[in-house]
Structure formats: C-alpha cells, structure tokens
Write a protein that binds this ligand. Structure first.
Ligand code: IMP
Ligand code: MG
Length: 178
C-alpha cells in the first residue's frame, strides 16, 4: 500500500495534534447543557469522526449518512448521490456536520440542505481538509483541519476507488495508480 504513496502531505502526528485542537475549539463553542448532534458523512469521515468525537468532552449524539460522489475508480466528482439519509433526528438539535474534505462543495451543499430542511437548532460544518483553490463561496466550513493545494490525497479515511482509507497519514498517490 505505502509504495503507491508518492509523498506524505500531513503526518499522523500532525493530524492528531490538529484534531485535538479542533475538539477544544468545539468545546468552547457548544453549550455543555444542550450538547450536540454530529452528522458524519460516510465513508470518508469514518476515521476523522472516530478521533474527533473523543476530543469533544460534551454530551453528543451521532447520526451517519452515506453519500457517494465518485462512482467507481474516479478522481472526479459526478455529483452527490444519497445512499442512506437522515430521519428526524436533527430537528431542534445543535448539529455539527463532519466530512473528510471540502473540494467542489457539491456534497456539503447537498447535505447542508438536507439538514436545514429538517429544522435544526443550529448547523455548523467541520472538514478535515479544504482545497482552497476550488471551495465555492456559498459552501462554508466553520472548522477546518488543514487547507491544502488542489491535489488528490488519500489516507486517514480518504480513498481512491475505496482503497487506502487505512493509510494512517494523508498522502499523495503516485500518478501511475490512477
Ligand atoms: P466535493 O463534493 O467535490 O466537495 O467532494 C467531496 C467528496 O469527494 C469528499 O467527501 C471525498 O469523499 C471526495 N474527495 C474530494 N477530494 C478528494 C481527494 O483529494 N481524495 C479523496 N477523496 C476526495
Ligand atoms: Mg470519498
């Protein structure tokens, strides 16, 4: 697996340090009485979610959505497709939407609408990575782990063709791989 990675962009130790900072930022913003409801987007946010939720020392509920934007082996998003959605569990809740990466913003725009349609008490969005070159102005993230250049990355939950999610760092794929 690691032979397919040409370069480590963000090491596991940098990720860990930043994730705990994000947890502290969130603990400052959310109220300890009402707590929060995390809505995470699978599969990409899987590992980020598992680490982040343990860094937020507040009462929380978790809801999972499955959204697919890259059919098969593709590095280009074809628009989000909802595989498993939300029920009424976000109504009147303070919702924190968690995703792996803000790229074109199509996925988050779509999911933010799904949540807002269900009447949450508040909605904030957290992404581990943001590709600043592409991120559109109408899709905002309130918490961002790292801003990165526009290159295709894998690891720490992010995949190519559903592979490399278990690579512990965030790395750049060797171009021959895709
Ligand atoms: P968007 O809808 O274009 O913002 O892309 C969102 C989804 O595309 C993310 O949740 C990822 O699953 C995937 N994605 C975007 N960029 C990358 C990347 O560099 N590596 C792996 N997946 C990516
Ligand atoms: Mg993905």
């Amino acid at each position: 697996m690691k032979d397919d990675i040409v370069r480590i962009l963000i090491s596991d130790s940098r990720i860990k340090a930043r994730v705990s900072e994000l947890g502290r930022e969130m603990a400052d913003i959310y109220d300890s009485k009402s707590g929060l409801t995390i809505v995470a987007i699978l599969n990409g946010a899987l590992i980020f979610l598992a680490d982040l939720m343990r860094e937020i020392p507040l009462k929380m509920r978790i809801s999972l959505m499955t959204v697919s934007s890259y059919p098969d082996a593709s590095v280009e998003s074809r628009g989000p497709k909802l595989i498993a959605g939300l029920g009424d569990e976000v109504r009147d809740r303070h919702v924190l939407l968690v995703d792996d990466i803000l790229d074109t913003g199509n996925t988050l725009r779509f999911v933010q609408r799904e949540i807002l349609d269900r009447g949450p008490a508040s909605l904030r969005t957290c992404v581990l990575l943001r590709k600043t070159a592409k991120a559109p102005s109408d899709v905002k993230a309130d918490f961002v782990g790292f801003d990165i250049e526009d290159e295709f990355v894998v690891g720490y939950g992010l995949d190519y063709n559903n592979l490399y999610r278990n690579y512990p760092h965030i790395g750049v794929l060797r171009p021959e791989v895709y």
